[in-house]
Design a protein around this ligand. Sequence first.
Ligand SMILES: NC(=O)c1ccc[n+]([C@@H]2O[C@H](COP(=O)([O-])OP(=O)(O)OC[C@H]3O[C@@H](n4cnc5c(N)ncnc54)[C@H](O)[C@@H]3O)[C@@H](O)[C@H]2O)c1
Length: 309
Amino acid sequence: MARNKVTVIGAGNVGATTAQRIAEAGLADVILVDIVEGLPQGKGLDLAEAAPVVGHDARVTGTNDYADTAGSDIVVVTSGIPRKPGMSRDELVATNAGIVKAVVEQAVTHSPNAILIVVTNPLDAMCHVAMQASGFPRERVLGMAGVLDSARFRTFIAQELGVSVEDTHAFVLGGHGDTMVPLPRYSTVAGVPITELMSPERVAALCARTANGGAEVVALLKTGSAFYAPAASTFEMVDAILRDRKRVLPCAVMLDGEFGTTGLFVGVPVVLGAGGMERVFEIKLTPDERVAFEASVAAVRDLVAGLPA
Ligand SMILES: NC(=O)c1ccc[n+]([C@@H]2O[C@H](COP(=O)([O-])OP(=O)(O)OC[C@H]3O[C@@H](n4cnc5c(N)ncnc54)[C@H](O)[C@@H]3O)[C@@H](O)[C@H]2O)c1
């Protein structure tokens, strides 16, 4: 049986690191695509030359030609410009909408049955662009944000309480922006809600740090934005799909009545398997959580309304 094939568009920080993780796990052959000539070929060759040392047989190649991506099982879209210090994700919208539309149109021509994972920001709006450009059903268009936001929350919880990150679980809903909704009630250490383990002030501080998690890294780096944790999060989604794991992971998906919302990409927990988004995993929200979720939905709606026609 042939290995799975994953195309990663954008051979920059997030794309190349995602390609590395997929290849090093031996999960799939990886095709890196970029608009810059030589960049994906160079990184692809470099990653391929690491294989004998790391010990995997996945093939990694780079190209500027979408014909080489034909028959991909998954297409990860990371092409676009990242944030600079002081910029919000939303300021990227016009430039990245054009890029995402162009790359998705080309990719789906060659891989009509692929599952799309969008990473480019502003995430929720770019998912809309990708869905429109692909014509794919909602099950096959997913946005990566919630896994990353939850990972950040888990990191902060583990650091605060001096426990292993492995024993933490965190829930973050809503758009991938300043209005994201960390849910402390569903965020646990070994099954115990963090609301029972720390003061309301500390819970609020960790939630605020989570919502600001991307900007914190951008401010430190000064050029570019986070990519190790984003790539690890993207890998987790690819792994769940290719190995049909039925993982319950927060992803941006087009809601169709779930959580009282229709026709918008919003981050919610979903079951991820071979079919892509197999089911929205609906949970009950308290009135306060509902208000925060609605505010986040409204922010996504505004962003989508501002997309270039
Ligand atoms: N969803 C998330 O949680 C999350 C997390 C981190 C980064 N991001 C976003 O991911 C994107 C990539 O971030 P990065 O740090 O890898 O940026 P980067 O600048 O390192 O890489 C982007 C790559 O895209 C390429 N590119 C631009 N236009 C292209 C086109 N038309 N076709 C093919 N390739 C093209 C560039 O040449 C570059 O190599 C940004 O929009 C960033 O904001 C999202």
